[in-house]
Structure formats: C-alpha cells, structure tokens
Ligand binder design. Structure first.
Ligand code: SDX
Length: 436
C-alpha cells in the first residue's frame, strides 16, 4: 500500500499481485488521516487485521481529541488544563453533550435539570439489598445501572431525541446517587438522599460521608478537588469502555444497558481498574528501598507484574491528566494536613526512577491518570474498592455523549467486526461409539 504521509494524497493504492485498488483517504480537522477500507472486503475478498485496534479508527467523532505524542487532551477543542482549572464538572458535561460551553442561563438551566433528576426510584434501594454487604461496589454499580432500564421505560426509545436527552440527563444525575448507595451499602450505613441545594460534587461527598446522627459540612477545597477529578475522567476518545458503549448501542440497546456494559469494561485492571490496582501496588512495594525490586519485575517478560498507573495505548508522553491529578493530590493532602503519605513518597520516587530507566524511556511509558488518583481518593476517605466506581461516575457523561453522537449519526449501523479464522476446516460428525 502506498500513501503519502501528508494530507495531500486523496487515496492510497493497495496492490495485491497484479491487481490494485484505490482506497479513499479521509482528513480530520486535526490528527491522523484515515484510509477508508469500508469497501475493501467487497473489492478484494480480504479483511484487515488489527486485534487491539492499534491502527483502527472505529468511528468519526467531534467530542474528544488526544495527541499521544504531545500529551494533548481536548474536550470539544478546549484543553483539559483550562477546563479543569476554571469550569466545573456540570459545565464540562454540558460541553461534551451539546458541543459548546453554556451561557450563564444555559448553565443554570442544565444544573437545575440535572439536580432534579438525582433521586432514584425508591424501589432501587430494595434492589441493593439482594447483594452481600462485601460485594465489590463495581459489581453493584454494573447491576444497578443496568436495572435503571427497568424503572425508566419512558426514556428508552432511542429514536426519540427528547427521550435520548432525558436518558442522558438521568444517567448523569443518578450515577452519583447510585455510586454513593453502593458505598453506603458496603459499609452498612443508611442511604443518604441527595440535596437540591448542593452542587454536584458536594452532593456526592455528602451522600457518601454524612450520617443521620450529625450535620455534614462539605469542605469546599475537597469538593472542588473531587469536581476537578470528575472533569479529568469525563471522556477520553474511543477507549475500551467507550468503544464497548458504542458497540452495545449500535444494536439499539437502551442507554442504561449500554452504560452498564461500559462500567463492566472499565472495571478491568488494564483500564479503569488500574487506579485500585496502582494503590495496591504501592502498598505491596511498601517502602522506597524496595522500588528497584519491582522495577526489575515490571521489566521481566516472564513476570506478569506491570507498573499499574504507568503506560498508555495512546499517550507516549506524560498523560496531561496525571500532572493535574498530581497537583490535586498535593492540594488534598495539604488541606487534610497529611504531611507525609508514605505511599505518595513511594509513588514520587517510583516515577523518578522509572522515568530515568531505559526500559520505560524506550517504550515511552509515563504515569497515566491512574497513578496519582488512588492516593488522592484514599486521602478523601474512599476505600480502594470505590476508586473505579468514581472513575465510572465521571466517565458516564463521556459514555452517554459518545452514545448519543453514535445514535444521531445518520450513517450509524450495527458494529459487526469479522475475524481471521485459524480453526478446523469442515469435517463430518463422528458418533460417540466410534470416537477413539
Ligand atoms: C486507562 O485508552 C484510554 O484512554 C484509557 C484511559 C481512559 O481515560 O479511558 O486513559 C484510562 O485505562 C489508563 C491506563 C490504565 N492502565 C494501567 O495503568 C495498567 C498498566 N498499563 C499497561 O497495562 C499498559 O500500559 C496499557 C494497557 C495501559 C497499554 O497497553 P498497550 O498499549 O497494549 O501497550 P503494550 O502492552 O503493548 O506495551 C508496550 C510495551 C510492552 O513491552 P514490549 O512487549 O514492547 O517489550 O510496554 C510494556 C509492555 O510489556 N509495558 C509495560 C507497562 N505498560 C506497557 N511494562 C511495565 N509496566 C507497564 N505499566
């Protein structure tokens, strides 16, 4: 195949034997061009092969752009550094859903609509009581989000734009309530209802940490920190869980079921489960002087150990979110008067050593968003098992925004990848009496 590296070429030529085909090249506004292979199988009888989708654009999108080499992350064109420092999470939600920053009136209306959807059907609380108290909160969240489709039939007709937007607002509004209920259930404390006079992040902290016996006072520094953490996790292009949501949605499944599928995928330690795994890893390392032993293990091909919170499929530079997360970590520890957190000392030293080590430098492995988030969330009072729940809470707006974009794409059709088959060729059935 031959195509110029610049955007001047309008097509790529594929030559197999004495046959050639012209494949159109499509240009984005920024980022890599794509070679449209939609007709390749019909023309050549051949598939492309890219199991990890390392070179495959599965869709067209206008929501989030990542430049892995430069360490750039844009939500609808706005740099994450600016959104994380100036706006709040619901402003980012509006931007991701509607494509523009809201005016003051639009923001007030959006906040009002989300706030008034934060309660869940009272029957949901009985749903939780079917779980053991020690069930992992992610298993409870997957199930309870999937169950929303059993309660909100009036917003599951995906062909109705009105219902699509109501379902999106409901998902954004109810996910903190369900996440807090999963936490309260796991510690045997009563559920706490949302309060309409609190902002999104403060409401979530209160639903998690207040108890009936006393008033809970929200610390504005901590609620600002958790709000910023939500912004950092809100969307990230076509990552594994977002691709899961898109594929589930491509069959016409209702939005609540699609988000439940995304939560299930996010749970994996190679993806959103890495924040929980990273904190466990820092605990396992235990002290700065054991770091070399673990660096050695991370480099050993025969050892499954990986540095959790390190490396990324796209970022071959520092994850821009990790820098903001590191700063937020210091801010939270400072506000809480935690002078020296041994796990933070290990994390900072581990990062310093790894970033000088040829193995990590050569493979462009840098800390990602999960490296410092665990230390921050633990300091905020969340148990390790809740870390990925918070990731899912924040990512829900990204999932629902990408789901909406896919459903509203006029060219949308069911996703149905093919395969390279290396199994048995056709053979006849052998009755059991004649098998050896
Ligand atoms: C998230 O996609 C997204 O956008 C995800 C995310 C989002 O916001 O949605 O950013 C959130 O999931 C962040 C990533 C969280 N996961 C982890 O921190 C788990 C540890 N990281 C690795 O498992 C790994 O880096 C991945 C899964 C993140 C990326 O894997 P890739 O792209 O498939 O890379 P790879 O496994 O092919 O690694 C390339 C090389 C390999 O060595 P060689 O075969 O070339 O010799 O780098 C090595 C890997 O062994 N490597 C690591 C490593 N990560 C990659 N070696 C040690 N420790 C690591 N963490």
């Amino acid at each position: 195949m031959d195509a110029s590296n610049g955007t001047s070429a309008k097509s790529a030529t594929l030559t197999i034997g004495d046959e050639s085909w012209e494949l159109p090249i499509l240009n984005g506004t920024i980022g890599p061009d794509v070679i449209d292979i939609g007709k390749l199988y019909a023309q050549t009888g051949k598939f492309t092969y890219d199991p990890g989708f390392t070179s495959t654009a599965a869709c067209e999108s206008q929501i989030t752009y990542i430049d892995g080499d430069e360490g750039i992350l844009l939500y609808r064109g706005y740099p994450i550094e600016q959104l994380a420092e100036t706006g709040d999470f619901l402003e980012t939600c509006y931007l991701l859903l509607y494509g523009e920053l809201p005016t003051a009136a639009q923001k007030a209306d959006f906040d009002y609509r989300v706030t008034r959807h934060t309660m869940v059907h009272e029957q949901m609380s009985r749903f939780f009581h079917g779980f053991r108290r020690d069930a992992h909160p992610m298993s409870v969240l997957v199930a309870s989000v999937g169950a929303l489709s059993a309660f909100y039939h009036d917003s599951t007709d995906i062909s109705d734009p009105q219902q699509r937007m109501i379902a999106s607002i409901r998902m954004i509004a109810k996910i903190p309530t369900l996440a807090a209920m999963a936490y309260k259930y796991s510690i045997g404390q009563p559920f706490v209802y949302p309060k309409n006079d609190l902002d999104y992040a403060s409401n979530f902290l209160r639903m998690c940490f207040s108890v009936p016996c006393e008033e809970y006072k929200v610390n504005p520094i901590l609620s600002r920190a958790i709000d910023r953490i939500f912004i950092l996790h809100a969307d990230h292009e076509q990552n594994a869980s977002t691709s899961t949501v898109r594929l589930a949605g491509s069959s016409g499944a209702n939005p609540f079921a699609c988000i439940a599928a995304g939560i299930a995928c996010l749970w994996g330690p190679a993806h959103g489960g890495a924040n929980e795994a990273a904190l466990k890893m820092l605990g396992e390392i235990g002290s700065v002087d054991r770091i070399p032993e673990f660096i050695k293990r991370a480099k050993d091909k025969n050892d499954p150990f990986r540095l959790m919170g390190f490396g990324h499929r796209v970022y071959k530079n520092y994850d821009p979110r990790a820098k903001i997360m590191q700063r937020t970590c210091h801010e939270v520890l400072g506000e809480l008067g935690i002078q020296d957190d041994p796990l933070l000392d290990i994390a900072v030293e581990l990062e310093r050593i790894a970033l000088q080590d040829e193995y990590f430098v050569e493979r462009k492995l840098y800390p990602n968003i999960d490296f410092y988030s665990g230390i921050t969330l633990r300091a905020l009072g969340f148990p390790t098992s809740m870390f990925t729940v918070l990731f899912a809470l924040a990512r829900t707006v990204g999932w629902i925004g990408q789901w909406k974009e896919m459903i509203e794409d006029p060219g949308q059709r069911i996703g149905r990848p093919r395969q390279l088959y290396t199994g048995d060729v056709a053979r006849d059935y052998v009755p059991i009496a004649r098998r050896k």
